[in-house]
Design a protein around this ligand. Structure first.
Ligand code: SAM
Length: 152
């Protein structure tokens, strides 16, 4: 759904010390292309957690991509409210172009995300941004698609 998610995913995990079979949450997975990558290329047990996408559609996509049902789990959840998993469930969380959507509460990370990661686990975040800040003079081409608040 966002720009270059596979590239972000690959760069995020470059040098990551995560064994095959690790339980990984793809948080804000969208239509699930990175979830497929995490399952197929890295061998993780993947939970594709997203709010706006349809888990049934994502399940059909995962099957078309040849990922076994037991290795990839589409879940609809609002990350801003906390996750529907037991505490310390995940070895890692990967979140690409999504973290900035989970509202901007400074307590979010500590209260709503870290509790679901095992001690010593990892959180990998990637958020695409602009090369130069342009918030004082937003270009018309951006304002054609987004409001100033969304750009903020
Ligand atoms: C720009 S898309 C990125 C999707 C995907 N990671 C990619 O890079 O293609 C942002 C994603 O964040 C998800 N999202 C937004 N708010 C969310 C929330 N509160 N909880 C879970 N997912 C959320 C949306 O469903 C959407 O799929």
């Amino acid at each position: 759904m966002g720009p270059n998610p596979l590239k972000f995913c690959e760069e995020l995990l470059c040098g990551a010390d995560l064994a095959k079979g690790s339980r990984v949450c793809d948080l804000g997975s969208g239509s699930g292309i990175t979830s497929v990558m995490l399952a197929r290329e890295y061998g993780f047990d993947v939970y594709a957690v997203d709010l706006w996408s349809d888990p049934a559609e994502n399940r059909a996509f995962f099957r078309r991509m040849g990922v076994p049902d037991g290795q990839i789990h589409p879940v609809k959840a609002d990350a801003a409210e906390g996750l529907p998993f037991e505490q310390q469930f995940f070895d890692a969380v990967v979140s690409i172009d999504s973290y900035n959507y989970f509202r901007r509460d400074p307590r979010y990370l500590g209260e709503k995300l870290l509790p679901y990661v095992k001690p010593g686990g990892r959180i990998y975040l990637s958020i695409p941004g602009m090369v130069r800040d342009c918030h004082d003079a937003l270009p018309a081409c951006l304002l054609a698609s987004w409001t100033p608040e969304q750009l903020e």
